[in-house]
Design a protein around this ligand. Structure first.
Ligand code: ADQ
Length: 408
């Protein structure tokens, strides 16, 4: 069956600032060596959906570079992962919303002539076999199938909220980020949330996008505008993510899905990787998460100045790291991080090339690329002080943007 996958990677990711100051949200590094977009692309690739266009718009340079360096499929077999920047094909305007992004790129669909189009979001951490969703989509004859997962009612205003008929399959109501949602009949404190992954029958998608494009009242958003059109005509179905079976999944990480749209959610999802029995298992080689990075030497631990042993406990340590007489606990050290003597890094995420100076202490922090933490500095110990100079989240995580200069 001919299938084209479109990955939506054009969102601004404002709630992840400062991590999205210079890069699109799907390009935000995660788990040391990954970028957020690697998760959806790995799911598609593992399912052999190998014709993929990635629609980009906002600060797309590092995303384009990552995709073109890492995601090189065999052109000889007709496979590709192609980043497509907003090109203003239809006049001098950027994409108005996710539906407009596809509308402006309909030529990609005409070129490929798929029977079904997968439209997947680019910024979630999960494993999913999309073939099982496609099977259901084809079996029900749906015009659109929306993947969904149960989430707490309190988060309803962050998601598309789905209600179904008694069979649990056909969608009877889809409301984008409602502020007055009610819980599910069998679980009043939960909602059925759209995961932002859709499969469309191609012709139905094209017709809906054309109709939407000339609707002056539309915000041209897939969740807000396109899905409700199909709900009205009774041709929208839900795919329950809880039924998805991924090869090699463990008891603990089956059904794992995280929307990392906020800094706190992003931090927690990183910490899920370092917990002693990780809730998300990176070692599933039956459904690998692919990525790419520069060729770097192995991580090195140095016993410094006679008595200081470089150590890392319950941590992920990437290639090119040097732990020179410092110590990392429950942390993620991305490529080229250096911890100098007597430094201590706890419960933190350090991105590429961060250096932590002699005797410095870093606690519950996210530190973006290239930041130099000076000798003896204290981060995450006095949140009042940190609030004056950095971003501090609702949960008290200190976030330091790329290239920021830190005073002691
Ligand atoms: P949000 O993620 O808030 O909710 P949106 O900001 O439209 O919705 O982003 C969806 C995806 O499209 C993201 O991957 C984003 O990067 C991309 N995107 C956004 N604007 C774009 C544009 N102009 N061009 C290209 N790509 C763009 C969505 C759904 C909800 C659902 C949540 C699940 O709308 O119904 O519950 O995802 O997280």
């Amino acid at each position: 069956m001919r299938v084209l996958a479109i990955v939506l990677a054009g969102g601004a990711g404002k709630r992840l600032m400062p991590l999205t100051a210079d890069r699109a949200k799907p390009a935000v590094p995660f788990g040391g060596v990954y970028r957020l977009i690697d998760f959806v692309l790995s799911n598609l690739a593992n399912a052999h959906f190998l014709r993929i266009v990635v629609l980009t718009q906002y600060k797309n340079h590092s995303l384009d570079r990552h995709i073109s360096r890492t995601w090189r499929l065999s052109a000889m077999l007709g496979n590709y992962v192609t980043p497509v920047p907003a090109q203003q094909r239809l006049g001098p305007r950027w994409f108005a919303g996710s539906a407009d992004a596809i509308f402006q790129n309909l030529n990609l669909i005409y070129d490929e002539r798929p029977e079904h189009v997968l439209v997947f979001g680019a910024d979630h951490i999960y494993r999913m076999d999309p073939r099982q969703m496609l099977d259901q989509h084809v079996a029900t004859g749906a015009d659109v199938t929306v993947a969904a997962i149960r989430q707490p009612l309190s988060l309803a205003d962050q998601f598309g909220v789905i209600e179904t008929d008694p069979t649990g399959r056909r969608i009877t109501s889809f409301r984008e980020k409602p502020t007055n949602a009610t819980g599910l009949p069998d679980a009043p404190d939960q909602i059925f949330a759209s995961m932002g992954n859709y499969i469309f029958r191609t012709q139905a998608l094209i017709e809906a996008l054309r109709e939407d494009a000339v609707n002056p009242d539309s915000r041209h958003d897939i969740g807000g505008d396109i899905i409700p059109m199909f709900v009205k005509s009774g041709t929208a179905y839900v795919y329950d993510f809880a039924t998805n079976v991924v090869p090699g999944a463990t008891e603990r990480d089956r059904g794992y899905w995280r929307d990392v749209g906020t800094l706190d959610a992003y931090y927690e999802a990183n910490m899920d990787l370092v917990s002693v029995h990780p809730v998300f298992n990176l070692y599933n080689d039956e459904w690998p998460i692919y990525t790419g990075h520069d060729p770097l030497p192995p991580a090195k631990f140095v016993h410094n100045e006679g008595d200081r042993i470089g150590r890392a406990l319950d941590s992920l340590v990437s290639p090119g790291v040097i732990v020179s007489g410092g110590m990392a606990v429950r942390s993620i050290l991305s490529p080229r991080v250096v911890l100098h003597s007597q430094s201590l890094v706890e419960d933190s995420v350090l991105m590429d090339s961060v250096t932590v100076g002699r005797g410095a202490i870093v606690r519950r922090a996210i530190i973006d690329k290239n930041v130099v933490v000076p000798d003896g500095a204290r981060i995450g110990l006095d949140l009042e002080y940190d609030r004056q100079r950095f971003t501090v989240t609702a949960n008290g995580i200190v976030v330091i943007g790329k290239n920021e200069i830190i005073d002691r």
